[in-house]
Design a protein around this ligand. Structure first.
Ligand code: WQD
Length: 342
């Protein structure tokens, strides 16, 4: 059974990917520093798959701890690297925290892995690298523009670090997955998004408002050049996203060695406005959402949605869930963790 390390595996996308990896027959080992996730997520994974992943609480900024871990796992050759700080606003206020956490950890993982024959590395990246793309839908050939935030910059620099490494270390094979907007939760409601503090992202704010944790949702601007004036994004079900990681790992495992560093956009290919997401929530929940139109949020792009042709054709992957299905799964998860009765 191929062993794969999932860093940040207690997190939102990491935990869903751990489930899909186990169900695809991989042996999953999780490293997480628990700075933005709870160890109880392991129970959720086990409740779904019947297998509790091996877990190590390690801070990946600690180089000696990273190298010692790999020495204890000489047979470990595959890594899916989610662990990173990911709050755009926080990165603007505290850039050095982001450069240290997101880049040092990446370098240490690559230093531990790069000389292991058959080393496979999958990097969690983001459509944020495109900024406001000129052409929509966005393909992988769209230019990577100067990042609007240190967070986005760490994703761009991270991809360059991996690209340069693949060129000179023949053992290292890597893929970068550029996510659009992950939402939702596993159908079992055993795992889901657990934003700490006030949610920055749209869907958890919607579900927390509906659950009574927030007074109302502020819609950040309705004067954009879009169909209804609100920003457009590509909301992808987190389980679809998780499955794409399995397909990417399968590709590396089965592909001839190559110095190519492949990049894939992961979205549904469909854009939805903020108001359309609200309408979706009201449709699937039967609840009316309390929201108001507020000023624009600095740094927001008007529209971003993926051209998924490459992921469809090369990875053999396509998102299957609709916006309604993804939003409903998010609501069912919120109801579960708040003890609300559907
Ligand atoms: C979506 C839309 C907001 C909250 C970010 C990161 C990206 C990735 C996904 C990590 C926007 C609007 C939001 C609210 C609102 N994260 N909104 N009221 O900004 O597209 O992407 O999360 O990888 O890197 O940049 O997602 O959910 O924050 O916003 O009106 O309370 O919802 O203005 O138009 P975003 P989001």
């Amino acid at each position: 059974m191929t062993k794969v390390l999932v860093t940040g595996g207690l997190g939102f996308i990491g935990s869903h990917t751990a489930v899909e990896l186990q169900e695809a027959g991989y042996e999953v080992v999780i490293i997480d520093d628990c700075s933005n996730a709870r160890e109880t997520v392991l129970e959720g994974i086990e409740n779904i798959t019947g297998t509790r992943p091996e877990f190590h609480r390690i801070d990946l900024r600690d180089k000696s701890a990273v190298l010692a871990f790999f020495e204890r796992h000489p047979d470990l050759k595959a890594v899916i690297h989610f662990a990173a700080s990911k709050a755009v606003g926080e990165s603007v206020e505290n850039p050095l925290l982001y450069y240290e956490n997101n880049l040092n950890s990446l370098v240490y993982l690559l230093q531990a892995l790069h000389q292991r024959e058959g080393a496979h590395f999958i990097f969690s990246s983001s459509c944020t690298v495109y900024g406001q793309a000129k052409d929509l839908p966005i393909t992988e050939q769209a230019p990577v523009v100067p990042a609007e935030s240190p967070y986005g910059n760490t994703k761009q620099i991270g991809e360059e670090i991996i690209r340069d490494s693949c060129k000179v270390y023949p053992a290292l094979q890597a893929i970068s997955l550029r996510y659009f907007n992950p939402i939702g939760a596993h159908a079992s409601a055993e795992i889901g998004e657990l934003p700490l503090g006030v949610p920055q992202n749209l869907v958890p704010f919607i579900t927390q408002t509906a659950a009574g944790l927030r007074e109302e949702l502020a819609v950040f601007g309705d004067d954009y050049p879009t169909t209804d004036g609100t920003c457009v994004r590509d909301y992808i079900h987190v389980v679809d996203l998780a499955k794409a990681h399995v397909m990417a790992l399968n590709r590396l495992v089965n592909r001839e060695n190559s110095e190519d560093f492949e990049v894939f956009n992961l979205g549904t290919g469909t854009g939805s406005s903020v108001l359309e997401v609200i309408q979706s929530f009201e449709r699937v929940s039967g609840k009316s959402l309390n929201y108001r139109i507020a000023p624009r949020r600095p740094g927001d792009v008007v529209a971003a949605y993926a051209d998924t042709t490459r992921a469809n054709e090369v990875l053999g992957w396509k998102a299957e869930s609709s916006l309604d299905e993804a939003v409903l799964s998010a609501w069912q998860w919120e109801q579960k963790i708040r003890g609300l009765h559907p």
